[in-house]
Design a protein around this ligand. Sequence first.
Ligand SMILES: Nc1nc2c(ncn2[C@@H]2O[C@H](COP(=O)(O)OP(=O)(O)O)[C@@H](O)[C@H]2O)c(=O)[nH]1
Ligand SMILES: [Mg+2]
Length: 305
Amino acid sequence: MNPNDTPVKSGMVAIVGPPNAGKSTLMNALLGQKISIVTPKPQTTRNRILGVVNGEKYQIVLIDTPGLHKTDQPLNREMVRIALESMSGVDAVLFLLDVSATVPEKLKEEKEKEISEYMGQMQAPAILVLNKVDLLEKEKLLPLIGMYAGIYPFRAILPLSALHADGTDRLIAEILDVLPVGPRYYPEDIPTDATERFLTSEIIREKIFLQIGQEIPYSSAVLIESFKEDPEKQIVTIHAAIVVERTSQKGIVIGKDGRTLKSIGMAARKDIEKMLEQKVMLKLWVKVKKNWSQDERFLKELGYH
Ligand SMILES: Nc1nc2c(ncn2[C@@H]2O[C@H](COP(=O)(O)OP(=O)(O)O)[C@@H](O)[C@H]2O)c(=O)[nH]1
Ligand SMILES: [Mg+2]
């Protein structure tokens, strides 16, 4: 019998919640490696990203999603749609909240609205993860848990710090409690279904978010134009375009004497080399595509479909 056929606890688990709650950080913490990009800015994640966590007796297939938020922009609409769709057909949902960001007075009413709106569309059991407890005063935790328990019949409510991977063992135990017995859906040695090309474009996008302020990261997309491996020389040559919406943005991404673009390229190359475990030649250039984020066809080309 193939080891892949030995029944284990297995299933799909979506990680959903508002922007910046720490969804991607939690996914990476559960995986024990970085697959999903993380920045201090909201709406970094644009696609659903799959991460496979293997244990001796389980396989948890995590789906990291874009943040749930109100919007009328086409790109953001696609992002929210991707997140909501990820909540259907899964075995469990982790609903993540940043407990450090909550405003105590208005909290209950706001959260009640937010949670009931999203939970209404869901059939799978939901575990509420109260993230960033490292930033919360201890005595505030119990009242918070009590409040959330009154809002929705969560399967469990777990305080956790994704950043410090603190509380993740208990979370895994709670997830296993709701998962059915089944096969391993993915091979044990592959942590994600994302291609190296996609992960490369994500790393470049992360550096843009980290290095450039204000609206530019939201107006930027990354297109991998070529990705060539040379097994003999053990080097991967990658050509990528950073696509922005306006000519004025192009100048900012390039920076004085090309410094910003160079610095984005250097930081990205380091991470790409780590991921590919090979030397990388990264050539970046900046391209203007007017209002690409409104262009449904281009969004499809980028994989936001
Ligand atoms: N202090 C603290 N910061 C966190 C924690 N989890 C995530 N963050 C930070 O919150 C920001 C947003 O994280 P990210 O994973 O990108 O959030 P997402 O938008 O929900 O995917 C980043 O700066 C993270 O480092 C946590 O447990 N504690
Ligand atoms: Mg994210």
